[in-house]
Design a binder for this molecule. Structure first.
Ligand SMILES: Nc1ncnc2c1ncn2[C@@H]1O[C@H](COP(=O)(O)OP(=O)(O)OP(=O)(O)O)[C@@H](O)[C@H]1O
Length: 325
């Protein structure tokens, strides 16, 4: 069955071409989003993330495949489907800069079809949700990037949709502003909303996503949990350590010594060198070998040597070259 009960969004074999079919931006993309789920799309610039989000928002009509939102066929009935979703494309555009946050949202609540009697209440609630209640009368043009990003999310919340589409919601934000948006996304999902998220911040995706899909050249190459992406990348664990400057002399020896077990990289890190080894299987033997080589070369055990299960960033970087168009 295509649309399981409770599924907020179901995409099947979505396709979008441009230039009269000559350029395939998105090909054969399928996924589901259920309440409480955060489905994250990651991939290099131009991979097709925004095109997918725009199709899911009904702003862009797919040239192939099926899309169901809240049980509604979103290709045949885009207007009806739209009431079930909130879209935040982010960035500086999308608001009237000389109007207040409150007036902007009142306008967009009207556009979203929120009845007049409920409009003010919903707008106040949305501003409160994103932490902008005390700035509601300020002009949007005076807002920082982080505040605008939160206002985009407030706008997406109008009409109380069950599904939120968030395209790079933390792009260009400073670490603190980014953290506050991440917390907001986690809370919105925990309350039962389904979220489609795109992001280039792998730590953010690892923190928020219940399912991650890696998209390259318009198609999903692998999806699942971090572990699934790491398996696809052929990485089990990662060891990191800081080595003193003179380690440059044994760079090639170190890389060669673990070659059968993993891929080692040594890069400058301030006045020192950062060693990173991605292990293809259980790291124990490799770490022991690494320590032996370091000891033989006159290096004591590095103080900050750490081995951890492969992160999304480790896995992503290992496959990123193959994702380019
Ligand atoms: N309206 C359009 N006309 C022609 N080509 C387009 C159009 N919209 C997108 N594309 C192309 O489709 C491809 C996918 O673009 P998209 O914006 O979806 O990528 P993305 O994964 O979101 O990238 P980024 O990480 O840079 O935001 C790109 O090659 C882009 O140039």
């Amino acid at each position: 069955m295509m649309n399981n009960k409770g599924t907020l969004l179901s995409a099947r074999h979505l396709e979008r071409t441009f230039d009269k079919g000559k350029f395939v931006a998105v090909h054969d993309v399928s996924f589901d989003i259920r309440p409480g789920e955060v489905f994250a799309l990651v991939g290099p610039n131009g991979a097709g993330k925004t095109t997918t989000v725009r199709m899911c928002s009904t702003l862009l009509t797919p040239t192939g495949g099926e899309l169901t939102i809240g049980g509604v066929d979103a290709i045949r009935h885009p207007f009806q489907a739209r009431s079930g979703l909130g879209l935040a494309l982010g960035g500086d555009l999308g608001f009237y800069p000389r109007a207040s946050a409150l007036d902007n949202l009142l306008f967009f609540a009207d556009v979203a079809g929120v009845p007049g009697s409920r409009r003010r209440g919903e707008v106040d609630q949305a501003l409160e949700r994103v932490g902008l209640a005390d700035r509601s009368t300020s002009k949007v043009g005076e807002f920082s990037r982080g505040m605008k990003q939160r206002l985009h999310i407030a706008r997406a919340l109008l009409g109380k949709p069950g599904l939120l589409l968030l395209d790079e919601p933390t792009s260009g934000l400073d670490p603190e502003a980014s953290l506050s948006v991440r917390d907001l996304i986690a809370t919105l999902a925990a309350e039962g909303r389904g979220i489609l998220l795109t992001s280039h911040a792998m730590d953010e995706v690892e923190e928020l996503a219940t399912t991650i899909a890696v998209i390259g050249a318009g198609s999903i190459v692998v999806s699942g949990q971090v572990r699934d992406i790491a398996d696809y990348a052929g990485i089990r664990a990662t060891t990191t350590a800081t080595l003193p400057a003179r380690a440059a002399d044994i760079r090639d020896i170190l890389i060669e010594s673990v070659r059968t077990l993993g891929d080692a990289r040594i890069r400058p890190k301030g006045a020192n060198w950062a060693l990173t080894v991605h292990w293809r299987s259980n790291p124990d033997a490799g770490v022991a070998q690494l320590l032996t080589v370091l000891r033989h070369s006159g290096f004591d055990r590095p103080l900050d040597l750490l081995t951890h299960p492969a992160s999304l960033e480790d896995a992503y970087l290992a496959i990123s070259e193959g994702l380019q168009r």
